[in-house]
Design a protein around this ligand. Structure first.
Ligand SMILES: C[S@@+](CC[C@H](N)C(=O)[O-])C[C@H]1O[C@@H](n2cnc3c(N)ncnc32)[C@H](O)[C@@H]1O
Length: 220
């Protein structure tokens, strides 16, 4: 994601009541924040929010949270919702945002508080010395395992084959069961029935890139 500093983004995010951050008392409180008890679905690294907003519209029975570490990116999701409202489109009420780093998820969520995590087109960190920064590395999978409920699910999509191979190779160290795996998601008509496109997925699949996906379940 190309980053441009957007003046005022930090202030905008901090005063928006749909957004939360490290200074907020959110751990174990998410049902209260959404005003109802419902399964909590979180996209880590949501970017401009297209996927998580579309998911919230598609599944009104769940609570959706978009986690993103940069305010300058997060404001684009807020603006998108504002634009939808101004245009008279349906705006999901079951969505919130959190500005923070996935490395500190256990500060933001209670153990077992999340039902499902989505990792979409994560930054690949191609240099070997940066492998630990990849969200699909065993270290991050362990953090995710803490905040996921016992049979919680992680779904991961990417067009980066090297990152996907790495992600698969990390599973044996991390205590997850592989439920689904494809190297060409868009050719799998049954999986595509419920597929919600991300911004990056649309861009890269339009160029002819294959989309890789796995679905894994945390071992109890
Ligand atoms: C390549 S973009 C993909 C955006 C979106 N998920 C999509 O598929 O269109 C990756 C996003 O993840 C965010 N990100 C990367 N590492 C993160 C971390 N450790 N915690 C929170 N967000 C992160 C980046 O800032 C960026 O916006």
């Amino acid at each position: 994601m190309r980053l441009r500093n957007i003046p005022g983004a930090r202030e905008e995010v901090s005063k928006d009541e749909r957004c939360f951050g490290a200074g907020d008392d959110t751990k174990g409180k998410w049902s209260g924040i959404f005003g109802r008890k419902a399964p909590l679905m979180v996209e880590v690294g949501m970017g401009k929010g297209r996927f998580i907003i579309d998911m919230a519209l598609k599944y009104p029975e769940f609570n959706f949270l978009g986690l993103e570490r940069y305010e300058s990116v997060m404001v684009k999701a807020l603006k998108k919702l504002d634009r939808m409202k101004a245009e008279g489109a349906e705006v999901p009420g079951n969505i919130r945002f959190f500005c923070g780093d996935a490395a500190y998820l256990t500060d933001y969520f209670e153990n077992g508080e999340i039902d499902r995590l989505y990792l979409n087109f994560s930054d690949p960190w191609p240099k070997e010395r940066h492998a630990k920064r990849r969200l699909e590395s065993r270290g991050f999978l362990k953090i995710f395992g803490n905040v996921l409920k016992d049979d919680g699910i992680i779904e991961f999509k990417t067009d980066n084959e090297g990152l996907f191979d790495f992600a698969l190779s990390e599973l044996e160290y991390a205590g997850y069961e592989l439920l689904y795996c494809t190297r060409d998601l868009h050719a799998d008509s049954s999986e595509m029935q419920d597929n919600v496109m991300t911004e990056y997925e649309e861009k890269f699949s339009a160029k002819g890139n294959k989309i890789f996906k796995y679905r894994i379940k945390k071992h109890i």
